[in-house]
Design a protein around this ligand. Structure first.
Ligand code: HEM
Length: 248
């Protein structure tokens, strides 16, 4: 047995609990806030600007991002990969539906992993490979215009990738909420587990709605904004090529 294997074995219970906890808090809570905030792009770009500016104005934002989102997500994803690669099919232990949920939890974990990496590169790390940095908001533009710039040139395949990644992440979280409640002894019988499944399913539907409204608001909605905008700074910024209005 290797050292790393024995470390994982020795701390199996603690790591499992930490994995479970980080999936809900903070990663799951972040996912809810992220989808809600982005959905305001559909309702009203000014509201989106307000929400994003509020987040950007938080003190110690970099520290909050790393300790509150990135490190917990990295841990959850890394240990999730360990679980997904070592987990056995439990077809004989559970019923048909539970077995499917177990399998889908793993499949959607893999999809979420790929999607999160692509999404991060698309929006936050693109300048590493010489592209535009869609996070950089220049003096004459709003967070909405900067974000729209990242979506306006997306092909159908990209939008499809976002739709799949979004659906997989939301399923993974909603179903994960149910298994989280079992892991922590919150739902202890069939009745409470069924109730939790409905509640998590409802939350998942709301989150999906927010996610798709965000996608619409930031892709098709960009055209609507361009047409309805008066010849002010919005239109000027949108009529310029992406690369020239975003700091890269
Ligand atoms: C959008 C980001 C993610 C969120 C919100 C999230 C959330 C969750 C939650 C709440 C659980 C349930 C924990 C429990 O049963 O106690 C879970 C389980 C799981 N997650 Fe994630 N997760 C995310 C990303 C990932 C990634 C990238 C992977 C990598 C493959 C992953 C792999 C797993 C696995 C394998 C399980 C099942 C663990 C088990 O059977 O006990 N997750 N996740």
């Amino acid at each position: 047995m290797t050292d790393s294997a024995s470390f994982l074995d020795r701390h199996h219970f603690l790591l499992r609990r930490l994995h479970s906890l980080t999936g809900v808090m903070p990663v799951g809570v972040f996912l809810i806030v992220h989808l809600y905030t982005n959905s305001t792009a559909f309702v009203n770009p000014a509201k989106f600007d307000h929400e994003v500016s509020w987040i950007h104005d938080l003190p110690y934002l970099t520290l909050i991002e790393w300790c509150g989102i990135i490190f917990p997500l990295m841990f959850h994803a890394a240990y999730g990969v360990v679980i997904a690669m070592t987990g056995r099919s439990n077809a004989r232990q559970y019923g048909w539906t539970d077995n499917w949920r177990y399998t889908l939890q793993r499949i959607t974990g893999w999809i979420a992993l790929v999607f999160i990496v692509v999404h991060l590169f698309h929006f936050r790390l693109r300048h590493w490979i010489g592209g535009a940095n869609y996070q950089a908001v220049s003096a004459d533009e709003t967070p909405f215009l900067a974000t729209v710039a990242g979506f306006e040139s997306l092909t159908f395949l990209w939008v499809l990738l976002y739709a799949i990644g979004l659906t997989a992440s939301v399923y993974h979280f909603a179903n994960g909420l149910c298994t989280f409640c079992i892991t922590w002894g919150i739902t202890i019988n069939d009745r409470s587990r069924r109730g939790m499944s409905f509640a998590a399913g409802g939350l998942g539907v709301v989150m999906l709605l927010w996610g798709f409204l965000s996608l619409y608001g930031l892709t098709a909605g960009a055209d609507r904004e361009r047409e309805s905008a008066k010849p002010d700074s919005h239109e000027t910024a949108l009529s310029m090529p992406v690369e020239s209005r975003i700091g890269g």
